[in-house]
Ligand binder design. Structure first.
Ligand code: 13P
Length: 345
């Protein structure tokens, strides 16, 4: 393992208040988002949308790394330029999602286990050869009546650690993503309790599998009340609960924590990240960054609507959200920034 290479990749990913753009939606997930807007669910529509993203002018000012999907990493712009080269030319580090999705966990109704370890060593070698420098694996933990079970947390943490060890062996920096879902009516305290238990187990397994903490990034959920919980805490309360949970569980050797957005609105995700950095940044051992998909892409997707004529306006919206989140990393985001958000005519 070339530890220095991993450390350099991770350092680049969290430098200059930049963050990651997750554009690694699987085909079914991408199609679902397209279907909601009446966009055709075809290979060409997905390619055109990803071309819009990677050719956004100035994206590299605030985005350090882009997470691709297997289909996307093999695609090209209309003029034939491979996406991976376009990304590199924009000063953005290419990464790749390598799990193959969350499947039902046997014997545990309502719970999921992420699959994709079989053959992973060979797939990582191929992606590395294609130019990917980091990877992502997402585990999903659901809060509900009597769940998550210990079995679900343990199995997912084990898989995350096996994946991370294989990535480091292949010279790819692993993004370790245990996502506690925000679906449900549970209160913030319950999310806090579950997230803490999950992160403890994840770091326990990472330690057991000899994963080098300096050469990885943690991608957790923020600690939030359930989407349908009647009590929705303030931005500052969410920031406090999230940082408290991370301080209890994430070793100081980890260079960066890059949050997923998980279905929060784009503005709330920026505001909450901003509050964490305003209130705690000078006291934290790790960078608090972002690795959003929906909270960066959704406004742009809604403007694009599958129409060529809307590409420029959609790119402006994407650029704007990326800049808002960079400002949030610096603790300089404000609602006033949203008033400059461009809209399609
Ligand atoms: P969201 O920001 O939309 O939660 O997506 C992040 C991600 O990469 C999910 O795996």
């Amino acid at each position: 393992m070339n530890a220095q290479k991993l450390i350099d990749t991770v350092r680049t990913l969290v430098a200059d208040a930049k963050g990651l753009l997750a554009m690694d939606e699987s085909n079914p997930t991408c199609n679902k988002r397209f279907a909601k807007l009446g966009i055709p669910q075809t290979v060409e529509a997905r390619r055109a949308y990803r071309e819009l993203i990677v050719t956004t002018p100035g994206l590299g000012e605030s985005i350090s790394g882009a997470i691709l999907y297997d289909e996307t990493i093999r695609q090209q712009k209309k003029d034939g330029a491979p996406f991976i080269k376009v990304i590199e030319d924009a000063g953005i580090v290419p990464g790749i999602k390598v799990d193959v999705g969350a499947k039902d966990l046997a014997g545990h109704p309502g719970e999921k286990i992420t699959e994709g370890l079989d053959g992973l060593r060979d797939r990582l070698a191929e992606y590395s050869q294609m130019g990917a420098r980091f990877a992502k694996w997402r585990a999903v933990i659901t809060i509900g009546d009597g769940i998550p079970s210990r079995a679900c947390i343990e199995a997912n943490a084990h898989a995350l650690a096996r994946y991370a060890a294989l990535c480091q062996e292949a010279g790819l920096a692993p993004i370790v993503e245990p996502e506690v879902l925000m679906d449900g009516d549970h209160p913030l305290d319950r999310c806090s309790e579950v997230t803490e238990e999950v992160l403890r187990m994840v770091f326990n397994q990472l330690y057991t599998q000899r994963v080098k903490l300096e050469g990885m990034i943690l991608k957790p959920n923020m600690v939030l009340p359930g989407l349908t919980c009647p009590k929705q805490e303030t931005v500052d309360d969410v920031a406090d609960a999230t940082v408290r949970c991370l301080l209890r569980t994430v070793p100081a050797a980890v260079p960066g924590v890059a949050f997923l957005s998980g279905g929060q609105s784009a503005e709330l995700a920026s505001a909450r990240l901003n509050a964490m950095n305003v209130r705690f940044k000078s006291r934290l051992p790790w960078a608090l960054a972002f690795s959003f998909s929906r909270a960066i892409q959704q406004p742009a997707l809604e403007i694009w609507y599958g129409k060529e004529a809307n590409v420029v306006a959609a790119q402006q919206a994407l650029y704007h959200r990326a800049r808002c989140n960079q400002a949030a990393r610096r603790g300089e985001y404000s609602a006033a920034m949203e008033r400059t958000q461009p809209h399609a005519s």
